[in-house]
Write a protein that binds this ligand. Structure first.
Ligand code: 3BY
Ligand code: FES
Ligand code: FE
Length: 424
């Protein structure tokens, strides 16, 4: 018998797969999703299997593992992953799972080691994943080479580390090229994390992303952010006023003269890169709109560069100003629980307490993250009600949410083995 068919019979999620594909194929486009997509345990399992275990995920920054043996860990649902800088300077990613009896290998969030040593019985791996040492009692015929760490797909560009647990990950080259191009002026080999935060939101990961994909809620919720942020999303924004368009044109001329990329680039619905002006008179997402770090990033000569925004579905958004950048990573924990990790980047040589004050640097996005957390949590609570039914997104204010939900639905259908053509 074909072992695959047996697998399918045994798949406890088989009925959920069918139901999910049906719901997506028949969903009302431009409306929020049916309730189970936001709160059901089986749907969460499917999101993990079909999106988070198949797509490329933003994992961290190369500056977080600057030298050989430095590592970071993350959890993709039930899958612990370790990313480590090898002896050759290469970035390796592995399932963070010992090949002896499966213990988690690296237990801290980050660190630096000479070798990867399992805390359970001290099996010892080289930084490239080869098993070097397996105790004394494995027998004389024991073949170390058969028990190397299992690799995870990893790609880096422009200071970003992406991982994918897929057997055959989707294409990512176009994003990597774009990141190199847009981030070249920031010299991402010479940045550091000035400060970071990690918060857990009691909301489904899609509500966290939906919330980020619109600024419809900004004026009601984000006073600190709106000291510097323009409410328009990009130059395609249907709400853009003639005054905003004139500002964009003037700024683009200045950015051209400085040699910093600004063009709006979309890679399908999954990625968008674009530089947009901040409010006139402001240059950074700080409380007063002035630089939060005196030393500018990379080779930049001016702090007045607006914000380069980078979107990577399913799990990251980013803002690059002249003086600092803020990168965000979203990782689902459960059907109604999501971790949002925020990192503030500055020039590697910027001196804490002299060039920047971490407490000042983080203020706007700490406040904004907390406001967004409340919004997502209230959204979740309403959706859990029997009174919830999918509601309409505004095409003028929530086009980014529509794009995200379209992307999600298409990826789910395709990864479930269904065609997305039903969606038309
Ligand atoms: O982070 C973003 O992409 C912006 C800021 C707040 C809402 N969102 C559209
Ligand atoms: Fe890792 Fe035993 S489980 S050495
Ligand atoms: Fe927000």
């Amino acid at each position: 018998m074909d072992p695959m068919s047996l697998d399918r019979l045994d798949d406890p999620l088989a009925p959920a797969r069918e139901a999910t594909a049906e719901l997506l194929a028949n969903r009302r486009r431009g409306f929020s999703l049916p309730q189970p997509f936001y709160n059901d345990e089986r749907l969460f399992q499917l999101d993990m299997q079909e999106i988070f275990e198949k797509e490329w995920l933003f994992a961290g920054m190369t500056c977080e593992i600057p030298t050989k043996g430095s590592f970071i860990t993350l959890e993709i649902g039930d899958n612990p992953v370790v990313i480590v800088r090898g002896n050759d300077g290469e970035v390796h990613a592995f399932h963070n799972v010992c090949r002896h009896r499966g213990s988690r290998l690296c237990v801290s969030d980050k660190g630096k080691v000479a070798k990867l040593v399992c805390p359970y019985h001290q099996w010892t791996y080289e930084l490239d994943g080869r098993l070097l040492f397996a105790g004394t009692d494995m027998g004389k015929d024991f073949d170390l080479s058969a028990y190397g760490l299992k690799p995870v797909n990893v790609r880096t560009a422009g200071g970003y580390i992406f991982v994918s647990l897929a057997d055959e990950p989707p294409a990512i080259d176009e994003l990597l090229e774009a990141l190199e191009h847009y981030l070249a002026p920031y010299d991402m080999d010479n940045v550091k994390v000035a400060v970071e935060s990690s918060i857990v939101e009691q909301a489904n990961w899609k509500l966290v992303i939906e919330n980020n994909r619109e600024c419809y809620h900004c004026s009601g919720s984000h006073p600190e952010l709106l000291n510097s942020l323009q409410e328009f999303d990009d130059s395609d924004d249907p709400r853009a006023t003639p005054a905003y368009k004139a500002l964009v044109e003037r700024k683009q001329g200045e950015w051209d003269a400085m040699g910093v990329p600004w063009q709006l680039k979309r890679i399908g619905k999954r990625n968008r890169l674009t530089r947009t002006p901040l409010l006139e008179g402001t240059v950074s997402m700080t409380m007063d709109g002035q630089p939060g770090c005196k030393k500018l990033m990379g080779r930049l000569q001016s702090a007045d560069l607006g914000a380069l925004r980078i979107l990577h579905l399913p799990n990251s958004w980013n803002h690059y100003m002249g003086d600092h950048a803020v990168v965000f990573r979203v990782m689902p924990i459960g059907p109604q629980q999501t971790r949002v990790t925020t990192k503030w980047l500055v020039h590697k040589d910027a001196v804490e307490g002299v060039d920047y004050d971490p407490a000042q640097l983080r203020r706007v996005w700490d406040a904004t993250n907390d406001q967004d957390r409340r919004l997502a949590e209230e959204n979740q609570r309403g959706i859990n009600s029997k009174g919830y039914e999918p509601g309409p997104y505004s095409e003028t204010f929530e086009f980014g949410v529509i794009d995200f939900i379209d992307w999600y639905s298409e990826r789910m259908l395709e990864n479930l083995g269904r065609s997305a053509s039903h969606l038309q």
